[in-house]
Design a protein around this ligand. Sequence first.
Ligand SMILES: C[S@@+](CC[C@H](N)C(=O)[O-])C[C@H]1O[C@@H](n2cnc3c(N)ncnc32)[C@H](O)[C@@H]1O
Length: 403
Amino acid sequence: MNTLCLPRNLQFLYEESLARLEAKALGCERWERDEDNPWQVRTHVNGNSTDMLRRAAYTATLDGELAVYGELIRPKYQGGVFNRTRSENQYLTHWFYPYRGKFHPQMVRALFNIVGVQPGHTVCEPYVGSGTGALEASLLGINCIAVDISPLCVLLTRVKTRSIEALAEIRERVQDLLARETLDPYDRSFTEHPNVVVADFLEIARLITLSDVSRRKRDGRSWLRKNLQGMLESVEAQAVALDRFRIHRGDVSATLGDARNLRAAGIAEATIDGIVTSPPYSIALDYVKNDEHALEALEVDTSALRGEMTGVRGRGAKAKLALYGEDMQQMFREVARVLRPGAKAAFVIGDATVDGREHTSTREMGDWAVRAGLEREREIPKIVFGLYSTMRDEKILVFRKPD
Ligand SMILES: C[S@@+](CC[C@H](N)C(=O)[O-])C[C@H]1O[C@@H](n2cnc3c(N)ncnc32)[C@H](O)[C@@H]1O
């Protein structure tokens, strides 16, 4: 038997379920909780304990050995070197841009393990949002085809996952900018650079700063400096992490596209080894309005985007809900098309409340997925507990494409 210690940040029952399912997927048999120590589990590692230590999201230690993930997420104030923020969800480049409705990276990592994707496999994230799933896949050595309808999300995903490819040039450019006497987030010219990876990095520093100014009333000039410095620090930390833990980073391709038409994003039939995603929660959140500042700064035509975006398109709640249903059904047909036979897809979705009425989208979602040709694998209830929400119910629905 082996002794597994759960991480101290595990708070909720659903997280323990994920920890157990993840351990099982990584080859553990039995799961016996210690009566006196809620974090300690007796298990039997049938597979490879190195694999557990390198890949698991919800294992802090195994037989006293530290897991890689615990090292990655430990904040600086607790002696960590890969997380400059105070939140365990914002390590490495995860903190770039205050995107509302981000996944918890720890949960995404566990879900990749639970759906059984391996290093070298290719996953698809059809609603990549701020890029959480793409970054986690890449850190697990899994290739990711990331799609989103919002140009901001595509840019953000690229910057979080690909800045490391131009680290030396980014370092040089940031040092050069910090040496300037004046630096203004409203003067876009500082983002110009012949290498698009560097230019994208600088653009995101500008957008983070503009959000700091508008949402937090911060001084743009001084926060642009802080953001450039902080972002550089995080990309440097990513390079150190890859080297120290011998992570062979998975490729990420971030594409502007539509989850309802993954063929247009270049994804052929039966080529995807797994999906972990979170579509818009019914019509509850207006993603265009949320990111209006950044979208306008990127000169995006927001009314055209509004006409395409799931959960946002349509006039009035009734029409919006009908279109939302059509979009989800089309997306499930696409998911069923692109998955390899036997591959699994996990969806994190909520029961959204619109105009005070509960729309149980999770039940309908399950039916739509089955109608599209997927099989139900499991359903894990979870809750959202955070800054922007009072406690709210969500579900993780896992489906499998039949062999
Ligand atoms: C719940 S958020 C995803 C958040 C993401 N999991 C993260 O960690 O940041 C849903 C995303 O779906 C995107 N979206 C909406 N309609 C879409 C469509 N038809 N195709 C692709 N993406 C779409 C939105 O732009 C938004 O980024």
